[in-house]
Design a protein around this ligand. Structure first.
Ligand SMILES: Nc1ncnc2c1ncn2[C@@H]1O[C@H](COP(=O)(O)OP(=O)(O)OP(=O)(O)O)[C@@H](O)[C@H]1O
Ligand SMILES: [Mg+2]
Length: 463
């Protein structure tokens, strides 16, 4: 809800303005003097100031000058008598946006106020985008595989239902954020803001303050009112990245926002209405979070209305070379180079690599190769892939291993783990056992049990 500060020493005017503005849905606060209004401005950030010039104490002109020196000055509209045109002109020179003359026409006031406030919220959203260094355009999603066709179809479908909550799952680097943006920009909310926040990047109280905003005095450092990101996402899309990392206490509050479409700033009493589509993403296994009581089951069902698991790159047949060409183009342009393609050896590497970091890993590898390659083609000398990164999802973050909806045989997982560990260590059993944190004897026993031939694995070409 937008807030308007009124400064006028005439009680009749203050009351009339407040009445008409409040009934039009604005929040108002009124003062008699500029001195009082300044004190208020040190703590709050109104969306508009309506200012009378002839005030007891500090004159409106001086007040206007002080406002203009503030960091993010609110727009000011002057209230002036119809006989005092020169003052209005001077006030505009000092930075006032507009003026209204007494006696007022209430419709005219509302029109001016509405127009200025609409621009102001656009400015705030733009400032946010600039700060985040985001381009309002979204990147193209590349992919021809049937796995990706299903993703495109999903995007198209949910784009058409702009209120549906969406959950995007998938390993790191599979394009979750890209898909979230695509849904937003293809929906009717596309020309409204896309606001994102990474839940794993903030500790609980900070994340809460970012999401909901706060009133002055809500906590020690809260000197001024700050709007929450949720407010900025009004009519647009709110992307909660890494939702699996959100503290359980905050989960209850987000649940309430989804259910009631309202929230309160920290330290605030007023319910703020927000109409936004929530898209969340996670590379963690939320079901496991529910089991361990680190993730609320009721929130899970609320988020999971429409959901998709993005396929890992290794399961997108044909897409690796397509993406490789795409990124070659991108980085040729960026580095002003003219590399024409990949040597057959590099193509083989591209097609056999396991891509634990998915599209991001591919993009980074090609960026580096383009930067350092001096010839016409990308050669193995400059195309470096880490021969193995332990399956992050399984080995180093057991809780983020995603169980597919159709279920999975635990024996198959164990067998895959053993094989991967041997692959990673080129068949070295001692090292493989260390990776799996079991003894060499246990490893040997299990290799026999699963009839895994480590000589064969040892002989496989190194990726
Ligand atoms: N299909 C695709 N086509 C083109 N670029 C892609 C595609 N998928 C991902 N990318 C690029 O790969 C990088 C990683 O994508 P993104 O950040 O969306 O992944 P993510 O799933 O959110 O990863 P994380 O879980 O690590 O946050 C980005 O630079 C993105 O532009
Ligand atoms: Mg991401």
């Amino acid at each position: 809800m937008a807030s308007i500060l009124i400064v006028d020493d005439d009680i009749g005017i203050r009351l009339t303005l407040q009445e008409v503005l409040i009934s039009a849905g604005y929040e108002t606060v009124a003062f008699i003097t500029a001195e009082e209004a300044l004190k208020y401005l040190q703590q709050y950030d109104p969306d508009l100031v309506l200012l009378d010039l002839n005030l007891p104490g500090m004159h409106g002109f001086n007040f206007l000058e002080i406002i203009q020196q503030m960091d993010n000055p609110p727009p000011v509209v002057i209230i002036t008598s119809s006989t005092d045109a020169p003052s209005a002109v001077k006030a505009m020179k000092l930075g006032a946006l507009d003026y209204i003359t007494k006696p007022f026409n209430l419709d005219e006031i509302l029109l001016i106020v509405k127009r200025i406030i609409a621009n102001r919220s656009k400015d705030e959203q733009l400032a946010y985008l600039r700060k985040k260094n985001q381009h309002p355009d979204y990147d193209r999603i590349i992919g021809n595989s049937s796995a990706m066709q299903a993703v495109f179809k999903f995007i198209k479908q949910v784009a058409q239902t702009p209120k549906t909550t969406v959950l995007i799952r998938g390993e790191t680097g599979t394009g979750k954020e890209l898909v979230a943006r695509a849904i937003h920009f293809q929906s009717e909310r596309g020309n409204k803001p896309f606001i994102d926040i990474n839940c794993s990047a903030f500790q609980e109280t900070l994340l809460e303050a970012e999401l909901f905003g706060y009133e002055p005095g809500a906590f020690t450092d809260a000197k001024r009112r700050k709007k929450g990101l949720l407010e900025l996402a009004h009519e647009g899309t709110f992307f909660l990245d890494e939702i699996g990392d959100m503290a359980i206490g905050l989960q209850a509050k987000i649940l309430k926002v989804i259910e009631k479409q309202t929230f309160r700033r920290l330290g605030g009493i007023q319910e703020i209405h927000v109409d936004t589509r929530i898209i969340s993403a996670t590379s963690r296994n939320l079901e496991e979070g529910i089991y361990h009581r680190t993730f609320r089951e009721d929130l899970f069902y609320r988020l999971n209305v429409a959901s998709i698991i993005l396929p890992p790159l290794r399961d997108r047949e044909g897409d690796v070379l397509l993406l490789a060409d795409h990124f070659l183009n991108v980085y040729n342009n960026e580095f002003k180079k003219n590399i024409r393609g990949f040597t057959p050896e590099v193509k083989r590497l591209l097609m056999t690599h396991h891509w634990p970091g998915n599209v991001r890993e591919l993009r980074n590898a090609i960026e580096k190769a383009v930067l350092f390659e001096t010839g016409d083609f990308i050669t193995p000398a400059h195309f470096k892939l880490t021969s193995f990164e332990p399956e992050r999802n399984i080995l180093s973050h057991p809780t983020s291993f995603v169980i597919p909806p159709e279920g999975i045989a635990i024996m198959d997982v164990e067998k895959a783990l053993l094989e991967n560990a041997l692959l990673a260590t080129h068949g070295n059993q001692t090292k493989a056992a260390q990776l799996l944190k079991i003894s060499r004897e246990t490893l040997k026993y299990r290799l026999r049990k699963f009839r895994i031939n480590y000589h064969e694995i040892k002989a496989r070409p190194v990726e």
